[in-house]
Design a protein around this ligand. Structure first.
Ligand code: G6P
Length: 613
């Protein structure tokens, strides 16, 4: 993971870098650092902890310079400490580098360099790379850009890097492979970052670097692109659509709370222009050319990680039930290493909020090589996965900054519902009346989500009762089983309470042994086809003195009579319940985490965008 940011121009670089790093902290927050060129010297400031710790560390020291690089780290090689924090410098101290990614062959490179007299201060792979670059520069007598190119030809792994040279304060060299890098083109300056969020307030014109491209940025000569094979490339300048307000908390205490409350709008944005219940129409422009392929697919394989994988599980139910297409849902990290059997008749759907998750990316590259059609469901426009796929649909949820995913999940489920409906219609396997009813219900979902959000204070009350629990169980059946998994994941991620999601009927095969009076059991018990069965599961928990907190359909009296607490959600079609039932669990985790004093937006050890395998 890690976030990188750089500036080259005539402005004071420090505020640009610090603000940029704060925007990128979702990518990791183990350590932070910056390097600035000032009067022919590289001034380096770095320390363990967050960007705010770096600001404290710098205190009142002079941080002048109009060229600089900054980094916020999610540790891979070497523990998170001051020394391993980026930027790292070369043997002579003339060059400094920031890096997001992993250099897999760093050990052999380090060995060679050590034999040639290099000494290293840190345990990182990144320091090895900057030593290698300088070594090549000196041995081959080449310019920095060429030395970077030669070095990258000898590197195995992933990188987004920016290199500065204290003797060339008007130049930056940047390169990328498998980790993202965006270049903002200002009027007389350049901004570089892992994503567009640190750039947006300065310029809307950006170039997304492609894999194995090297950018040479020069204040006098402008931007030059080459690839690592030394072929010149033409930069493709795109205009950003991102809005600055979307990156701010807008009066909420945390991004997560803001993002939970944005869901009526984010789901509406996701539906906008794609359905029309009056005309009985669903239309996803980005998959139009592939719908036939999906409809006739041997099987659809959904690959994803984390919360996106849970959305895939909901998608499996929807695709199989509505569109009668066989689906398998795979953890991207398992799928790619299993040597799976993939044919040209398979369709792989990659689901990813960031569009950068390394395992998901690797899984689709492998499936593509084996001839499958690849469809993406991504949130971040222009992300690597969205560019690697044949077709796809954006979720249009807007930037999600809280590390724990909320609005991206409901938007993913919304897109999957639209896809399932569209394929169902194309195949003619859905009754027109059900199809129309589902379209109407979908159009009503944003206002029903609005209704669900009104239970916030009731959820806060329940959170207060269970905030000190050590364990929690989440149960659901059918489409709501993934909702249970997602509820448990949210609690684990941000409040550090051990939680497990289980199919309710499986409880009796193991987890039931855990139930006692101290165990809160969160159950989705809405009025659907398995309602009676889930009521029995609730009775089984109560018989063992467990505490039941049930999400029920508005007006339900049966569960209310048995459960310790009930949370009512509006009635909707069975297929759409996950879009509503997931929200009380998001709020519950949020409130419990706040009450336990946890860092809600930046939970320990996690990062939002996982670009390591
Ligand atoms: C990380 C995040 C999760 C996310 C997962 C997959 O673990 O903390 O919130 O669900 O990555 O990310 P993606 O961007 O591919 O959806």
């Amino acid at each position: 993971m890690c976030g990188i940011v750089a500036y080259l121009g005539d402005k004071d670089a420090f505020p640009v870098l610090i603000k940029g790093l704060k925007r990128l902290e979702y990518r990791g927050y183990d350590s932070a650092g910056i390097a600035l060129i000032e009067e022919g010297d590289i001034n380096l400031y770095k320390c363990k902890g967050k960007v705010s710790d770096l600001e404290d560390h710098i205190g009142g020291k002079s941080v002048r310079g109009t060229v600089g690089i900054g980094h916020t780290r999610w540790a891979t090689h070497g523990e998170p400490n001051d020394i391993n924090a980026h930027p790292h410098t070369s043997e002579s101290g003339n060059l400094a580098i920031i890096h997001n990614g992993i250099i897999e062959n760093y050990a052999s490179l380090k060995e060679e360099l050590t034999q040639r007299g290099h000494t290293f201060k840190s345990d990182t792979d990144t320091e090895v790379l900057i030593h290698l670059i300088e070594d090549i520069q000196e041995r081959e007598g080449v310019k920095l850009g060429e030395a970077v190119r030669i070095a990258l030809n000898g590197v195995i792994g992933a990188y987004a890097i920016v290199v500065i040279d204290k003797d060339r304060p008007k130049r930056l060299i940047a390169a990328k492979k498998s980790s993202p890098l965006v270049i903002g083109i200002g009027e007389d300056d350049f901004y570089l970052a892992s994503d567009a969020t640190p750039i947006i307030e300065y310029t809307k014109n950006v170039v997304y670097l492609n894999d194995e491209e090297i950018a040479i940025l020069d204040l006098d000569k402008g931007l030059k692109l080459v690839n690592i094979a030394n072929q010149e490339k033409t930069p493709y300048i795109q205009e950003l659509e991102l809005k600055l307000e979307a990156l701010e908390k807008g009066g909420y205490e945390h991004f997560m709370l803001k993002e939970i409350h944005e869901q009526p709008r984010s789901i509406a944005d996701c539906l906008r222009g794609r359905i029309n219940s009056l005309q009985g129409r669903v239309q996803l422009g980005g998959i139009k050319d592939y719908e036939d392929k999906i409809a006739k697919a041997n099987r659809v394989i959904m690959v994803a990680c984390g919360t996106s994988w849970h959305a895939g599980l909901v998608g499996e139910y929807l695709f199989e039930d509505l569109a009668r297409v066989p689906v398998e849902v795979e953890y991207a990290s398992e799928f790619r290493y299993r040597n799976p059997i993939i044919t040209e008749n398979d369709v792989v759907i990659a689901i990813s909020q960031s569009g950068e998750t390394a395992d998901t990316l690797a899984a689709i590259k492998m499936a593509k090589e084996r001839g499958a059609t690849i469809i993406g469901i991504c949130n971040v426009v222009g992300s690597t996965i969205s560019r690697e796929t044949h077709g796809g649909s954006y979720t249009h949820a807007g930037p999600e900054i809280g590390v724990a995913s909320t609005k991206a999940f409901t938007a993913q489920v919304t897109v999957l519902t639209l896809m399932a409906l569209s394929i169902a219609k194309k195949k003619g396997v859905i009754e027109e009346s059900r199809f129309r009813r589902l379209l109407i219900e979908l159009e009503n979902i944003p206002s029903k989500v609005e209704e669900v959000l009104k239970i916030n204070s009731q959820v806060e009350f329940i959170a207060d009762i269970y905030k000190d629990a050590n364990n929690a169980l989440y149960l659901g059946r059918g489409l709501n089983f993934p909702v249970a998994l997602e509820g448990a994941l949210k609690l684990k991620e941000i409040s550090y309470i051990h939680a497990e999601g289980y199919p309710a009927a499986e409880m009796k095969h193991g987890p039931i042994a855990l139930i006692d009076e101290a165990m809160p059991v969160f159950v989705i018990a809405t009025k659907d086809a398995s309602y009676e069965k889930i009521v029995s599961n609730i009775q089984e928990v109560k018989a063992r003195k467990g505490k039941i907190i049930a999400i029920v359909t508005e007006g339900d009296e049966t569960v209310k009579g048995i459960a310790d607490h009930t949370i009512e959600i509006p009635e909707t079609d069975d297929s759409l319940v996950p879009l509503l039932a997931t929200i009380p669990f998001q709020l519950l985790s949020y409130h419990i985490a706040v009450m336990r004093g946890c860092n809600v937006d930046q939970p320990r050890n996690l990062a939002k965008s996982v670009t390591v395998e």
